[in-house]
Design a protein around this ligand. Sequence first.
Ligand SMILES: [Fe+2]
Length: 152
Amino acid sequence: MTSKDNSKAALIDSLNGLLADSFALYLKTKNFHWHVRGPQFHDLHLLFDTHATEVFGLTDLIAERVRKLGGTTMTSIGSIAAKTTIRNEDDARLDAMAMVKQLFEDNTAFVATLKSVKELAGEAGDNATDGIIDDWTDQAEQRAWFLREIMA
Ligand SMILES: [Fe+2]
């Protein structure tokens, strides 16, 4: 393999990680949309839905970047579970502020992942991925900002 092939393979792998994280973060955010309770129910129920929709919107774009690069991508819940770095949260009675804190941390980690994918896109000379990631990063930083301000 040439170094060009190596950097493309590394980019594909990082995009697949980002995709697995997007699916897992989508489901976790929906989980909190469904299970949140307490005085801030209305606001958080709506905010979590907005965030979940935004994250889900990334999935098709990421998967198709992988295909355009000639790679293969997620095929099943099992393949997502094997690849994601997002921690499961199966406590349906979790406190509302603990939900906000977890999503803040997950979205902050997601920003860091986006930055590392961008770096690999640069190394692989993939300017389409390099460019589109800036919007995804701004969206993730906005989610993190909203969640951070709720905890203030
Ligand atoms: Fe809903």
